[in-house]
Each structure stands twice: as C-alpha cells, then as structure tokens.
Design a binder for this molecule. Structure first.
Ligand code: MTE
Length: 364
C-alpha cells in the first residue's frame, strides 16, 4: 500500500516542496540547535513513501559473495525484531542529496542543469542508530572474493520518460559495507519516520544521499561488481568536462550555507551575527572564511565543535555600513584539505555544486 508522496507535514515556513521532494529552508534553522529534527529533514523520494508493516518487514540477504550463496527467492532473512536485538551504534552525520545546490548552476554560473531545482536545503545533520552492516554480513560469512553489495528499496519501481527502471537500488563496495555502513532504524533516538525509510534504511556516512537506500528490503552480496541505473545512468558526472566512464559519485564535497533566506533583509548600522553551517563528506570542516562585500575581503568566522561527521556551525558579527544589496559569501575548508572553489565545472545532472555561493541580502 502506498502512503503518499510525502507523509509528514511540510509547513511552508520550514520547507520548499517540489512534487515528491521537499527541501529545508535555511532561514528556518535555529542557530542554537545542532541537529536537524526529523520533522525538518529534507525529503527526496523518487516515487512516494510506502506504508510498511514492521511485523512483516524482512531484509533478504543473498548473492554469490556469501559462503552460503542463497538465491533471491530463498535469501537469508532478517526480521525487524532480529535487527532490534543486535548490538547497535549511534552516529551523528550529514545526509545530503547529490544534487543539493543544483539551481545554483543556473543562477550563479549561467548553465541550468536538469533535475529537482534544489537551493541549498537538501541537507541535514542528525543522529542515526542502527546495526553495523559488517556485523550482519560477518555472521552470514562472506567469501574472501566478495566485492560488492547492492541495496534495494521497497518503494514502488521508478518509472520516468516511459521507462521502468525497477526498484531504487545502488551497489557499493564491500569495503564500505565492512567499514561504517549501518542498518538504521532510529533517527534522533526515535523510530525512523515513514518518509526517511521506516522501518529500516541503509546509512553510508559521508556518501551521497542516493547511497542511503530507504525502506531497505534486500542486499545482494556479489563476487562481481554490480550495477544499477543509480550508479551508471544517474549519480555520475556526465557532460563535456567528464570522461564517458566517470565513476559513480560517493563522498560528498565541502559546502556552506548561511542561515538566511536568499535576499534576506538586514538593518544598516545595526550589529547582526551572521550564522551558518559548513559540511563535508570526507572530514570535519576546520575553517570557514566569510565575505560581506562580494568577495573583496574575507574574515575568518568563529567555528564551533563538529560532532561526529556532522556539520560545523560558524558565526561572524557584522555591522552593515551602507544600505542596498550586499553579497555574502562563505568558503569552507575541511580537515582533508579540500576548500570550496569559486566555480565548479558543469555536469548534466547538476551534482556536487560545491562552489562558494553568492548570497545577496538587502540592507535597509
Ligand atoms: N531510497 C529509496 N528506496 N528511494 C528513494 O527515492 N532517494 C535517495 C535516498 N534513498 C531514495 C532512497 C536520495 S536521492 C536521497 S538524497 C536520500 O534518500 C534522501 O533521504 P531523505 O528523504 O531521508 O532525506
């Protein structure tokens, strides 16, 4: 049974909806709160949120990468109760859509990309609790030559342009599965909400949103590299600047956002504190520089402690001296040494817009 495109309420002061998707408004973010609550987390649904009964839900694990290579029909089965009984871990991490910031390819670089026209709100930092996938796979025993795992969602098959692409699914290397992948059943300490994958979703910390398959129903473990349209057709860089065999996107880039609406109004000669957040899938953000004059001069923002692989909050006091439009910019650097560039090469899917974003404000 289908529950609906998105089940949770989307108050217009918190969300901008786009069909089956909705992004968080940055001006609704409370600077005193580190975590994104479940009711404010963006939603990205290829089709719609399914209604799944946890009493009948099963995770089916199969494939020739297992010592006991069951088939799809006779898979090893894990129930919701089985999962809740296994040792759990809780991690704080960013979840971000690969196309977050896509609309900025058009507004900032003059080259529109096709797809959901996200501003910068398809991102959040939450606490996720679940069972390490490594624990489940090791209990089933892996073959030493297993290389890939494919995660399959239970939402309706994705049909677009008259083509049925089947269930949302994406493979990932076994190394990631054995490193920090989690079979998640709680978000900020409560059962996963329907829109975020109830009863169980996959979490691959630091990796693109699509890798975090919601409503998980199946895992195939394979001795051969696996593929799906979600790592070949989409969620890869394509276009004139990229080779035809560019790899599937995995770790997310470093990015920043102000906790302001685009075109927000500020008062001249009044001290305000500019606040925002920066994040990276590779490592914590360690430095943020802010400009209030369109990039002519920069000041180092004050950063706060990063929790786990979550985002970093920052602030900079500012007293605008003149009225009129001012352009704010924030440039972050992560502990892996990656800094946001001024421009990013265009790609057809509009993925990874990680350039420094020009944020105009109106000073009156
Ligand atoms: N998993 C399934 N089964 N179906 C989906 O449509 N969307 C993916 C991913 N997992 C999706 C999915 C994408 S593109 C993103 S960005 C994240 O889920 C969004 O997670 P959220 O809706 O919990 O914020």
């Amino acid at each position: 049974a289908s529950a609906g495109p998105i089940v949770k309420p989307l108050p217009p002061e918190w969300f901008v909806p786009y069909g089956t998707n909705a992004e968080m408004r940055w001006d609704s973010v409370d600077p005193r709160r580190y975590l994104t609550s479940a009711d404010r987390l963006f939603v990205r649904n290829h089709t719609s949120t399914p209604a799944i009964d946890p009493r009948t839900w099963e995770l089916r694990v199969h494939g020739d990468g297992l010592a006991d290579p069951r088939t799809h029909d006779r898979a090893h089965v894990l129930t919701y109760r089985d999962l809740l009984r296994l040792p759990a871990r809780t991690v704080t991490t960013v979840l971000e859509c690969t196309g977050n910031g896509r609309s900025l390819f058009a507004t900032q670089q003059g080259t529109p990309a096709s797809g959901t026209p996200w501003q910068l709100g398809a991102v959040g930092t939450s606490r996720w609790t679940g069972v390490p996938l490594s624990l489940v796979l090791r209990r089933l025993e892996l073959r030493s030559d297993a290389v890939d795992v494919q995660a399959v969602g239970l939402d309706a098959p994705y049909v677009t342009g008259g083509v049925d692409y089947g269930r949302v699914r994406r493979p990932f290397p076994l190394a990631k599965a054995l490193d920090d992948a989690l079979l998640v059943y709680a978000l900020n300490g409560r059962p996963l909400p329907p829109d975020h994958g109830f009863p169980v979703r996959l979490l691959l910390p630091g990796w693109v949103g699509i890798a975090n398959v919601k409503w998980l129903g199946e895992l195939e473990v394979s001795r051969e590299p696996l593929s799906s349209p979600w790592n070949t057709k989409w969620y890869r860089m394509t276009g004139p600047d990229y080779p035809v065999d560019s790899p599937p996107l995995t770790v997310t880039p470093v990015k920043s956002a102000f906790e302001l609406a685009p075109g927000a109004e500020l008062r001249a000669r009044r001290r305000t504190v500019l606040t925002g957040r920066s994040w990276s899938g590779a490592a914590p953000v360690v430095r943020v520089d802010v400009s209030t004059d369109g990039g002519e001069s920069w000041s180092r923002a004050r950063t706060r402690r990063t929790h786990g692989s979550g985002w970093t909050q920052w602030s900079l006091p500012w007293r605008p001296r003149s009225t009129g439009e001012h352009v704010l910019l924030a440039r972050a650097t992560d502990a892996a040494g990656r800094t946001q560039p001024d421009r990013v090469p265009f790609n057809d899917g509009g993925y990874f817009f990680s350039a420094v974003v020009r944020h105009p404000v109106a000073v009156a």
